[in-house]
Design a protein around this ligand. Structure first.
Ligand code: SAM
Length: 305
């Protein structure tokens, strides 16, 4: 198979042996290619992504303007199909018809890996259900990029993505994560970064390490780590920090906290089956050493569930 004819074919990449290797790999037709794209630095496009995009009959994308610009920078010009969160189901049917006709279609989002806090999952689900092939072409992801440069040592991480916009729902989402022994990974929009930090500070202890990974791979990339108790002051210290894209990482709870919390929950559930909320919480606190107020809040949530 010869490489697709693009401006990129005259670049150093095209002269690299790896480009020739890409040209000799298999790219089955009648397949949907899930192509990760850069999160800021266009040079982070992978050779395989470049090759697949060059080969695709069409590119389904979250925003045709953004993807048109990206393809232009890659020296490509392809038919684009808008595929965003409001039309995923309907687009899936159109893509399936084209795939069944033997086309290769690439699916991209505005940045990073499609279907990760981005549209795409419904399309992938429908294409797989139709018995067609889905081929991942991995590459940048803001979450993994932030984790890799954080220096946080937890072997596990828990991807939360975007927290709810409303304060009460945010707190409800955060409470069960308090004792999790894994780094928590949040995506956040710049206009909500202060609210996000305030919500974290209300639920987690001030000594927990937080990492702000801002504008990753871009000109003003900033990666800052500090105790959660100092996070609001760091944000407020520079007005530029209210702009740009953020991944926020929060170090996990010590493992014994998680084990202790599981035991407190077990005892609380047993007592709650026999006793009123207040008494069950007080006794569970005495037995396990957990905080009475925390157990009371948890008992109320269990009763409401
Ligand atoms: N699918 C993408 C991925 O694989 O990472 C994520 C898309 S999600 C709609 C966009 C969010 O990802 C932003 O609000 C921000 O939290 C994070 N993000 C994307 N690019 C980033 C960057 N260059 N630096 C920091 N965070 C980024």
């Amino acid at each position: 198979m010869t490489p697709p004819t693009t401006d990129a074919s005259t670049s150093p990449v095209a002269r690299s042996p790896v480009w020739a290797e890409a040209a000799h790999q298999q790219y089955p037709s009648a397949s949907l290619y899930i192509v990760a794209t850069p999160i800021g630095n266009v040079c982070d496009i992978s050779v395989r992504a470049l090759y697949v995009l060059g080969l695709a009959d069409a590119v389904a994308c979250e925003d045709t303007r953004n993807t048109g610009q990206l393809l232009g920078r890659l020296g490509l010009n392809k038919p684009l199909i808008a595929a965003h969160m409001h039309n995923e189901r309907e687009v899936a049917a159109r893509l399936i018809a084209r795939l069944q006709a033997g086309e290769r279609i690439a699916l991209v989002s505005d940045a990073g890996t499609p279907a990760v806090s981005d549209p795409g999952a419904r399309i992938v689900d429908a294409v797989r259900a139709a018995g067609l092939r889905v081929v991942p072409v991995p590459g940048p992801s803001a979450a993994i990029t932030a984790l890799s440069a954080s220096g946080l040592l937890d072997p596990a991480f828990h991807f939360v993505g975007f927290l709810p916009a409303k304060a009460k729902q945010r707190e409800t989402a955060l409470q069960p994560l308090r004792t999790m022994a894994a780094t928590l990974v949040f995506y956040e929009a710049p206009h909500r970064i202060h609210d996000c930090v305030a919500a974290l500070a209300a639920v987690f202890p001030p000594e927990r390490q937080i990492v702000f990974a801002r504008e990753l791979t871009k000109l003003f990339e900033e990666i800052h780590r500090c105790p959660l108790g100092e996070a609001a002051a760091w944000l407020a210290a520079d007005a530029h920090r209210e702009k740009g894209e953020y991944v926020v990482l929060l170090a996990g709870a010590p493992a014994q906290d998680e084990a202790g919390a599981a035991e407190a929950e077990r005892v609380l559930r047993i007592l709650l089956a026999e006793l009123p909320v207040k008494q069950a919480a007080a006794l569970a606190a005495q037995i396990t050493g957990a905080k009475k107020n925390d157990l009371y809040a948890r008992a109320l949530a269990l009763k409401d569930a």
